[in-house]
Design a protein. Structure first.
Length: 223
């Protein structure tokens, strides 16, 4: 049922993992079906969900933002995968589904300045001082955690952080046959706009229309 039965990725560079993002969006680009704090399982079909789980099995670690942790009541990731949550404050519920795994499989990535105010008892990984240093994070993830392939599953702001810094190698997008509307709802990537003339270019590796959905895979163009 998966869209990518023979999926393969290039080898990771020596200084960081190979990074890929997977998201589902409406035709008008929205990545949530309800409010920001609600799960988005309505957007994709069973095939999209199966494809998402297939992509997860190709990673040694998965990173999501704190809002995605809060909006996901049940996390069903492969056993043994390293769970990473990006947070500016470190204030997350220790009873959240994200943390229901062996203690060494879940970490909250946050800046050093946020450690003192973080929820007591959470497994913290401080990287950077006032904000997370994502280049250092990826380097340590590759060298010390031996992660060769990292999957990022949103939300919009964490996707933008990685894209802005040129740290994303591939993008996966499921285009759902739905319209959400809304001026301020999250899209595939948010953040501040890139300067004029600095658009990022990706090459289309595959485009698979299946029933009413379209499954797209892109790879970052190397100049």
């Amino acid at each position: 049922m998966t869209v990518y039965p023979d999926l393969e990725f290039p080898a990771a560079p020596p200084e960081r993992p190979y990074v890929f993002i997977n998201m589902v969006s409406t035709i008008d680009g929205k990545t949530i079906s309800g409010e920001r704090h609600e799960p988005v399982t309505q957007l994709g079909s069973r095939r999209d969900h199966a494809t998402m789980h297939d992509l997860e099995r190709h990673a040694q670690a998965i990173l999501i933002g704190a809002e995605t942790v809060r909006a996901t009541p049940v996390i069903n990731w492969p056993p043994g995968i390293l769970r990473l949550a990006a947070s500016r404050t470190g204030r997350l519920d220790p009873q959240a589904s994200f943390f229901q795994c062996p203690s060494d499989e879940a970490l909250v990535v946050l800046p050093q300045d946020a450690v003192a105010g973080a929820t007591p008892g959470l497994p913290l990984w401080p990287v950077g001082q006032s904000e997370v240093d994502w280049e250092t994070f990826l380097r340590e993830l590759r060298i010390h955690k031996r992660v060769t392939h990292l999957l990022v599953e949103g939300g919009s702001e964490i996707n933008a952080e990685f894209l802005r810094r040129g740290l994303v190698d591939e993008l996966f997008l499921t285009l759902a046959p739905k319209i959400r509307l809304g001026r301020d709802l999250p899209t595939y990537a948010g953040g501040d706009p890139l300067p004029p003339g600095h658009l990022m270019n990706f090459d289309l590796l595959s485009c698979q229309p299946i029933e009413n959905e379209v499954f797209l895979r892109y790879r970052r163009r190397v100049a």
